[in-house]
Structure formats: structure tokens, C-alpha cells
Design a protein around this ligand. Structure first.
Ligand code: MG
Length: 232
């Protein structure tokens, strides 16, 4: 048996539209009357996010002064995970096909995300994705969980999952950020990084995932190839 632990945002969901709308909302909130701003295109904005450029810097590149950029970053952090914006998320092209393929292959699917329970459920319901993840195969943060950092939280969540889940021959992790890679490595699980999320290759490479591929579908191909090699 083979278990795939997949991150949710990045391998499965495209959050770029949500983040971009929140970007405009926050600019609107901090803009001085009559101030002209340089609003980034969605492509420009997303490229900065994937390069891990800090929010304050994105604010400054959009024409904000230092105090505005600080406020912009704070407001953005409080807004980006709220339900009114979550509706802008949508499954990445090919992601549902990849989930269906894994299900047909008999892989056990687990999702592991820094979303809170209500945020995860909103997306599972909106796109009927709950069918892929049994209720006790969904690892997320409680609604009242006090977040520390994604790396610490994800490594902790991975430990919780591995302690609770029944033993299985092989476990794989798929994710789109350094938090996914480091959590998997801390627990000695092979990890495939995907480029369909919020990090580019330059940001992922230094963390040395076992593979870097374009998307969830290519990650499934890797798992299949490697399993053929290791399971006679
Ligand atoms: Mg992610």
C-alpha cells in the first residue's frame, strides 16, 4: 500500500486570484486621497509572490511609502485567509484528474494543510473534493489554533499524522513550499515539490526536495515510476 500526503494549496488549489484580490483591497484601504499608485498586473504580482518577496516590499513596489507598506502587510495578513476571499480559489488545471487517477490506483490520500478546518471545508464543499479525502485523512489546523510559523506548524502536523495513521509500506509527500519539504524531511519522507503553487524553482531548490516537477499530475508519474522500481 502506498500513501500520498499532499498539501492542499499549490498542488490542488490555485490561490492566486484570492491573493491578487486581497492585494487590491489592501491597497484601496491604505491609499491616501489622490495618491497615485502603481498597481501590479496579476502576472507581476504572482511572480513576486513565487519569488517570496515580502509583502511590505510588494507594497513599496506598488507605490506605497514605508508606513503605508507596513499597514498594507498587516492588513493583508488579517484578510487573506478570510471566507469572503476564499471563494476565489479554484482547483488547478489537471488537479482533479490527478486525484482521480491516484484514487483509481488505490493510493491512500491524505491532505495536510495550514488552512484552518473551516477554510479547508469551504474548499472541499465548493468543489466536491471531500470525496478524495476520508474524514480522518484530513490534517489541518483547528479553527482556534495559534499559528507559529508554517515550517514549525507543518512539521508538528506531520508528526501528529504519522503517529495517528496506521503503518503503511510507503509514504510520499507532495507540496509547493519550503514548509512542505522541511516537514517531510524532518520525518524522513520522500518529498516532491511542485511548481504550480506559490514558490518558483529558485526558492524550492535550496531546500533539496527529492524531485521538483510542474504539477500534481507529474508528481503522480514520479510516484508510479519509483514504486515500480522499489516494489517488485
Ligand atoms: Mg501550499
Amino acid at each position: 500500500m502506498l500513501r500520498i500526503i499532499t498539501d492542499f494549496d499549490g498542488p490542488i488549489m490555485d490561490v492566486s486570484e484570492r491573493y491578487y484580490r486581497v492585494y487590491h483591497f489592501c491597497l484601496d484601504q491604505v491609499q491616501y486621497p489622490g495618491q497615485s499608485l502603481h498597481r501590479l498586473t496579476k502576472a507581476e504580482f504572482w511572480q513576486l509572490k513565487r519569488s517570496q518577496v515580502p509583502e511590505r516590499e510588494i507594497g513599496k513596489q506598488s507605490g506605497l511609502d514605508e508606513p503605508q507598506a507596513k499597514e498594507f502587510a498587516l492588513l493583508r495578513r488579517h484578510t487573506v485567509h478570510t471566507l469572503p476571499y476564499l471563494i476565489y480559489d479554484k482547483p488547478l488545471p489537471g488537479a482533479i484528474d490527478a486525484l482521480e487517477r491516484m484514487t483509481e490506483l488505490g493510493f491512500e490520500l491524505v491532505t495536510m494543510t495550514m488552512r484552518r478546518t473551516r477554510e479547508l471545508n469551504a474548499a472541499l464543499d465548493q468543489y466536491n473534493l471531500g470525496r478524495f479525502f476520508h474524514i480522518d485523512r484530513r490534517y489541518c489546523l483547528d479553527n482556534d489554533h495559534a499559528k507559529t510559523s508554517d515550517i514549525e506548524d507543518k512539521t508538528w502536523l506531520m508528526g501528529t499524522a504519522l503517529a495517528a495513521l496506521p503503518p503503511i509500506a510507503q509514504t510520499w509527500m507532495i507540496g509547493d513550499t519550503e514548509a512542505d519539504i522541511l516537514a517531510a524531511k524532518a520525518h524522513e519522507i520522500p518529498v516532491i515539490a511542485v511548481l504550480s503553487g506559490i514558490r518558483n524553482r529558485d526558492r524550492l531548490q535550496p531546500h533539496q526536495p527529492d524531485w521538483i516537477v510542474a504539477n500534481l499530475s507529474e508528481a503522480v508519474d514520479i510516484v508510479i515510476q519509483q514504486s515500480v522500481v522499489t516494489i517488485p
